[in-house]
Design a protein around this ligand. Structure first.
Ligand SMILES: O=C(O)[C@H]1NCC[C@@H]1O
Length: 349
């Protein structure tokens, strides 16, 4: 398959000084560090097995690239892997400050553009279609392509569904709070800001980070998650604190996604947009084919979200959601790891 030339993995054993190479992009302000060289060869037949393998055997490589001094608490990475589904053009594992998310929309948007620019699929105007295999499943991607330049990207993720509406959870320091829990390739708790005594328009990001983290921890303790297809998909990635403006409106709805170990998304969070649209659709607040704008409360960057068709996921009524956004290149990097560096494997201060 054409993607093998993009693999970042090799049989080479680790020797120092160790070098890791990346291409850097961002979608809506959130970093996408695409690893192009320096990862050991992965084991595992399926993409979920490969995800488990890197988590259990190669986590130090994530720490070196996501944590300080090469990264930071809000860094995000993408490791390209051989897909195990013949319908996929490329496979990807996602990584952040804490581990390996099963779906990431802002990376799929950046990776769509990157894959077209690298010739994984032949570029076609006005748009080029490709399929990315993510741990959550196959994601269809369309990349605008005009006059030899790739641009805006939209994707259809796996079926999105609601697990719970208005679930009451005790959140230490915030009281009893009603949360929605929805799956947009991974699970999110969704809570309007006023339920937590916040106003997204004025709250300091640190206050949002703290409140969302408290909700995530409380939901993890109180609500058992399940996914009909695989137990590895039953993870709560984080919490979306929203402006509560879920009835359809042509102006952007705002939210902030806090995921992993209290990492704050600069983008509107593609999997979070998918989950929020699934929740809005279930509540009858948005119609099929009506597009809504979603703005990040951190940067003001915008993604669109649109329910496109109903489907099922096991016992759940589900919906396919289209999300779009703009990815940009920010550079390339070559990172060095020296053997005698006591902090060579990274840290979070
Ligand atoms: O866009 C997204 O879906 C992601 N952004 C960071 C956290 C999520 O994985």
């Amino acid at each position: 398959m054409a993607e093998s030339k993009l693999q970042a993995t090799s049989d080479a054993s680790e020797s120092f000084p160790f070098v890791m190479k990346t291409v850097q992009m961002h979608t809506g302000g959130h970093p996408v560090r695409i690893i192009t060289d320096g990862y050991p060869k992965l084991e595992g037949r399926t993409i979920l097995e490969k995800r488990a393998y890197v988590r259990d055997n190669l986590d130090v490589f994530r720490q070196r690239l996501m944590w300080e001094p090469r990264g930071h608490v809000d860094m995000y990475g993408a490791l390209l892997v051989e897909p195990d589904d013949e319908n996929a053009d490329i496979g990807v594992l996602f990584m952040h400050n804490e581990g390996y998310c099963t779906m990431c929309g802002h990376v799929c948007i950046a990776l769509g553009r990157y894959a077209v620019d690298k010739g994984v699929v032949p570029a076609k105007s006005p748009q080029t279609e490709l399929v990315i295999q993510c741990p959550t499943g196959l994601v269809r991607v369309w990349v605008d392509y005009q006059d030899g330049k790739s641009g805006r990207v939209r994707f259809h993720s796996v079926p999105a569904f609601v697990l719970a509406l208005d679930k009451e959870v005790d959140v230490p320091n915030y009281g009893r709070v009603k949360v929605d829990i929805a799956f947009g390739g991974t699970f999110y708790a969704i809570v309007p800001d006023r339920y937590l005594g916040l106003d997204l328009r004025t709250a300091p990001v640190q206050a949002v980070r703290n409140a969302a983290t408290a909700v995530t921890e409380a939901v993890k303790k109180a609500v058992p998650l399940r996914h009909p297809e695989h137990p590895d998909l039953a993870n709560l990635t984080g919490t979306l604190i929203t402006d509560g403006r879920d009835e359809y409106d042509p102006t952007p709805a705002v939210h902030i996604s806090v995921f992993g170990d209290a990492s704050v998304d600069r983008s509107p969070c593609g999997s979070g947009v998918t989950a929020r649209v699934a929740m809005q659709y279930r509540r009858g607040q948005i119609d099929l084919s009506k597009e809504r704008q979603f703005s990040s409360g951190t940067t003001g960057s915008v993604m669109t979200g649109r329910p496109v068709r109903e489907t099922r996921c096991g016992e759940f009524d589900a919906v396919i959601v289209e999300v779009s956004g703009n990815p940009y290149y920010t550079g390339t990097a070559e990172f060095t790891v020296e053997q005698d560096d006591p902090l060579k494997n990274g840290f979070l201060a």
